[in-house]
Structure formats: C-alpha cells, structure tokens
Design a protein around this ligand. Sequence first.
Ligand SMILES: NC(=O)C1=CN([C@@H]2O[C@H](COP(=O)(O)OP(=O)(O)OC[C@H]3O[C@@H](n4cnc5c(N)ncnc54)[C@H](OP(=O)(O)O)[C@@H]3O)[C@@H](O)[C@H]2O)[C@@H](O)CC1
Ligand SMILES: [K+]
Length: 448
Amino acid sequence: MPIPADAPILTSAAMRVAEAACAAAGTSLSELMERAGAAVADTAWRMAAGAPILILCGPGNNGGDGYVAARLLGERGAAVRVAALAPPATDLAKAARAAWTGAVEAIVDGLPPAPLIVDALFGVGLTRPLADDLARRLRGFADKRILAVDVPSGVDADGQHGWEPPLPADVTLALGALKPAHVLLPTARRCGTVLLAPIGIAADRTMCSLPRQAARSPDAGSHKYNRGMLLVRAGPMAGAAALAAAAGLRAGAGYAVLSGADEAPFAAIIAEDGASYAARLDDKRLGAVVIGPGYPASDALGRDVAAAIAAGKPLVLDAAAIDVALPRLDGTPAILTPHEGEFARAFSDLAGNKIERARAAAERVGAVMIYKGADTIIAAPDGRVVAAWPGSPWLATAGTGDVLAGACGAMLASGGDAFDAAVAAVGWHIDAARRIGPGLVADDLIRD
Ligand SMILES: NC(=O)C1=CN([C@@H]2O[C@H](COP(=O)(O)OP(=O)(O)OC[C@H]3O[C@@H](n4cnc5c(N)ncnc54)[C@H](OP(=O)(O)O)[C@@H]3O)[C@@H](O)[C@H]2O)[C@@H](O)CC1
Ligand SMILES: [K+]
C-alpha cells in the first residue's frame, strides 16, 4: 500500500483554505476541478487499459470531479458510463454535469457494473456515515477494480471517525494533498495505493508523509565523536539495551557505550558496569542518552532518568522511562517513543485522532513524540507532524522498539533538530525492515 513520500497532508478545513488562496491568486475553482477531473481521467484510463469504466457521482464537488473525468474519458474514446446518487448540488458540479453529454443512470439495485469503478461519490465533504442501502449497493462492486477520487466514499477524510468505506479502493487519487484518512488506521488500509494529483494548490507543509531517506555517509572530516557519541543505560533486561546500542552504531553513531551490562552484541560497543554512569553523563563529547529499553519502572530507573535530565544531554526515552521523565523534562531536548499502551497511560486525557493527540502530547511535554504503531506519527512541540504509514508489518515483533530507540539516539547524538532526528530514525527503521522483509526478527535490523 504505497503512499507518496514527503507529500503534504491537509485536513478538509485546510483544503478549503488552500482552495480559497488559489482562487484569490487567480486560479478559479472550476479550473481546479478541471485539473482534478483530468487527473482522475488519466488514472482511470491507465487502470482500465481499454476496459469499460463506470463512474459513480455524488451530489457535491467529488461528484463534479467524476463528471469532468467522464467527459474527458469519453473524448479519448473510453467506454465510460456515469451513474449518479442524486442531482448535483453545487454550482461547480452542476456545470460539470451539464458538460457531460452522455446518459446518467441511477445507482439502484441491479445497476450493471464495469471492470473499473470510479468512486466519485463523496470526498472531504462527507458529514455522516453512508446510508445502509447505498453501502449495500457499493459492496456489490467489491470484486471490481476500484479507483477512489480523493478518498474512498464513506471515509471521514479528517480521520476523526474511523468509518470504514463499504468499497475499499485499489487506488486512491488524493487531490491537492493527502488527507489524514490516508495515513491513519483504520482507513489507511482501505485506500490501496495512494497517488497524489497536486492540481496546483500551494499546500501548507506543516504536516507531511515520511520523506525518503538519503544515505547518511560520513565525510572526510568525520571522526567517531563528531559522528555522535551515544550512551545507552541498561536496566534488568540488558539485552534490550544492547539491541538499542547496536542499532545506534548501525544507524550511524560513531561511538556507543552500554552502561550497566556485561556484554554487548558487537565488540565495538563499550559495555561497562553501571558505576561509571555519572561520569559518562558528564562527558562533554556525549551526544545523546537512551534510557528505557528493558528497564521497567523502579527506583533505580527514577534515579537514572533524573541523572540524565540533570546532565542536560539530549534524551531518548522509551517504555517506563517516559512516565518517569514526564514531570521533570522541563525543556530538555528529548524524543519520546510510546506505543499505544504507553501513550494511553501517559496522556489518557487527550482526545482527537492520533495526529491531534501526538501533537498535543508533544506540545504539552515540550519534546518530540514518536507515537508508534503501524500508523506511526512523529510530532514536534511546534506542531510539525510526519506520518509514517505504511511502515513495514514485519516490524510488529519483539525488540524492534529497542532498535528504534537506539536509532533515535544515533540521529540525536549527531546534533541538530530532535524532530528531524526522529524522522530520520523512523525512516531508517522502516527502510531496514523493508530490506529484510519476511521472517524479520529485531536482531536482523542490527546485523547489516
Ligand atoms: N478542495 C479542493 O481544492 C478541490 C476539491 N475538489 C473535490 O471536491 C471534493 C469536496 O467537495 P464537497 O465539499 O462538495 O463535498 P463532497 O465530498 O463532494 O460531498 C458533499 C455533498 O455530500 C452530501 N453528503 C455528505 N455526507 C453525506 C452522506 N453520508 N450521505 C449523503 N450525502 C452526504 C452533502 O450534503 P449535506 O451534508 O448538506 O446533506 C453535500 O451535498 C473533494 O473531495 C474533491 O473531490 C476538486 O474538485 C478540486 C479542488
Ligand atoms: K470518493
């Protein structure tokens, strides 16, 4: 289920702002609809490969895009039919309907299907779940190829309601920008391959999909300390911290110390007993501290986290270390990596979709949040968001969170912005998982 990299994500309200800005800058809304319809027609043309196409049009501008696409496909010689749910209700959709000279069938039981169905029923203007009889009729097309215009109809584009569409798409053509529903579960799974038609909208980029990761190569002036010196503090389950330290080296740290452990997976990692932890925290060359992997809540964890915060080093906090650190962070640069259960425990009062909750948590704590899951969201206190859907399903296995924490440590230790470090670490983690694929165990991520 690929999705365009580094693409803007806009809510329906932000789409309307962008649309108005376009109009103010001289591009009419009918021109935008023409561009949208042309992009739908191109995609449908390729997907149909000569087979007949049935376009289902709704009453709003999503339906308007469908009528424009029908006209353009007809002009190209495609075998295209149109069926409408209701007459067009907006001026733009009325004009698009009027320019379609073919027949308009009704969406009723027994409507003959076509090998390709274009779903132009509802886009960002959906305000409630679909009526039962419409949902039932749409389910009847489930064995056809489905191209959804903007979002699969029935989906709440803003991702506030997890309404699932009766007709999941093989391809969804997002118009102008991605929408939260394309990157958040459960709806992201129903969008198929997501493509983006830019249509000339100047979209705000505060919220984007995960960018492609450039290879991070050391340069001629690099040495082990300026590539990033990383300290991983082990708890009772030292294996998890060892995974984090090894991942830190693999992700590009120049030097990794594993404090409080007898052995490490690589000879290149300095494994030492916990007594020197305080001295390590004082080391001026130290770039970041990772604490939490394999370290359940205890007085010792509280002391170790407090010492790390007092040292003022950039922190990566995972698992129980998140709860311990929250009341004390107070401006320390940090990346927090909660999974669903940890997030719910720490931020049980926050409401909204996953993006909004991640953002609110980051703002409250003043630290970067990597809210993990198949639809990982990275949020900064200043409102920036990167959505990492679809990740790799092979990461759903023990130890991969420890590896991510170590990768965050490496990116943070090399200096720079904590949000950029978190994005780079999530990207590194997903790329590594995709290279390995079936049968992945967390240890594979640190091998090569
Ligand atoms: N933004 C842009 O830059 C561009 C946007 N473009 C396109 O416009 C789309 C947005 O269009 P839109 O705002 O007209 O809304 P849309 O999704 O067609 O539906 C609204 C209609 O549906 C109705 N309705 C709602 N829920 C319903 C339900 N459950 N069951 C039944 N009816 C329901 C609602 O009526 P009401 O709620 O008043 O009853 C209203 O009549 C966008 O996704 C993209 O495709 C492009 O053309 C170009 C550039
Ligand atoms: K649609």
